[in-house]
Design a protein around this ligand. Structure first.
Ligand code: ATP
Length: 357
């Protein structure tokens, strides 16, 4: 089967009086690697379950490949799901596990084994088909679960925290593998995680969820660099949030009054003079020296703590104004900032993002 797009319209899911999904609409393109990202309880798994057919929402529709699937049971949908706990059959060989879905569909032994062997090669486990699940590591078992889900050629693969049980190094390795496999097979992937680094590493598209709603939705670079809400900025990484008021707008640029002086910001968006806003500034967008690139001084800050990250030092600083704002700042690997040091802060006009309060 070829891959298919997904069209979710006005989906609401309640559990008793609790609203787990609140009028959610989302379109995912054919062959896209979409990641649903959000904190625990934000509704990611609920949305995935609705696409997979394990839940029928109280309101709204789900179409896959242009066909309405809202009331179609899971087994009749062109979707398969990979869960965190693998759910392999312990008494069956790896080959039989991978071929299981095909067997259920009446595919003969020879074709089943051929396809299962092909899928095992795809996930890097070629020639391991005679083993039993207990003979494999956790990472290898997760690969088997992936191969099993892909063996039936789904148009959409749903992945619910599939890497959650793996240690950090294996997790990073499997993220690269997942991305490679998705490119190779071209199937639409919808992957749930609460790990923002994982989302950035694998996604074509990140959908940020919060409290049963979509907060932000776009390619990783856009969502990280130009988040559309304070929640999204905060969830996608570290940010300094600086309260301000729009003083002036000219040629699409905004002058924002803050406790650290007025700051020119390149993208004014639809903000208007007088609006009370928040500036979001990422740690790597602070400079500690003046420069010829239009950077503007925010005054001085005192270093409160420093951690060494290998490629950089990460310093937590406090602005010297009364009641000064706090920021996390990336400093070069060389030089040894110490708590109590004073540093200057500069920022270019093109990096702060103007968000609502
Ligand atoms: P996690 O990362 O912890 O899995 P999530 O974002 O996937 O979180 P969901 O599992 O979709 O969140 O759950 C959203 C909310 O709906 C949670 O508050 C959860 O307690 C509630 N919920 C989910 N399923 C049910 C259910 N069957 N009955 C009652 N409440 C439920």
């Amino acid at each position: 089967m070829t891959s298919a797009g997904i069209d979710i319209r006005g989906v609401t899911q309640r559990f008793g009086s609790f609203v787990a999904l609140d009028d959610v609409s989302l379109q995912i393109g054919q062959g896209e690697f979409a990641v649903l990202l959000g904190p625990s309880g934000s509704g990611k798994t609920t949305l995935l379950s609705i696409v997979g057919g394990f839940l029928v929402p109280q309101a709204g529709n789900v179409s896959i490949g242009g066909e309405d699937m809202t009331l179609v049971p899971p087994a009749k949908r062109p979707t398969t799901t990979v869960f965190q706990d693998y759910a392999l059959f312990p008494h069956m060989t790896i080959l039989a596990n991978v071929g299981f879905g095909l067997r259920m569909r009446g595919v003969g032994r020879r074709e089943r084994d051929r396809k299962a062997e092909e899928m095992l090669s795809l996930v890097g486990l070629g020639g391991q088909g005679r083993k039993k699940p207990h003979e494999l590591s956790g990472g290898q078992r997760q690969r088997v679960a992936l191969a099993r889900s892909l063996a039936v050629d789904p148009a959409v693969l749903l992945l619910d925290e599939p890497l959650g049980a793996l240690d950090m190094k294996l997790r990073r390795q499997m993220q690269e593998e997942l991305k490679r496999i998705q490119r190779e097979v071209g199937t639409t992937f919808v992957h749930v995680t609460h790990d923002q680094e994982e989302a950035m590493a694998i996604a074509d598209r990140i959908v940020v969820m919060n409290g049963g709603r979509i907060e932000d939705d776009g390619p990783p670079e856009r969502v990280y660099l130009r988040p559309r809400s304070r929640f999204s900025a905060d969830f996608m990484g570290l940010s300094c949030f600086l309260a301000g008021t729009i003083a002036h707008i000219e040629a699409g640029r905004a002058r924002v009054l803050t406790a650290a002086g007025d700051i020119l910001v390149e993208e004014a968006g639809s903000w208007r003079p007088g609006d009370r806003v928040t500036l979001s500034i990422r740690p790597e967008h602070f400079h500690t020296e003046p420069g010829e690139d239009g950077r503007q001084s925010l005054g001085q800050a005192v270093v409160e703590s420093v951690s060494f990250l290998g490629t950089h030092h990460q310093a937590k600083v406090r602005h010297t104004e009364d009641d000064g704002f706090r920021a996390t700042v990336l400093l070069p690997q060389t030089g040894e900032p110490r708590p109590g040091d004073r540093i200057g802060l500069w920022v270019r006009p093109d990096t702060p993002v103007i968000l609502g309060r």
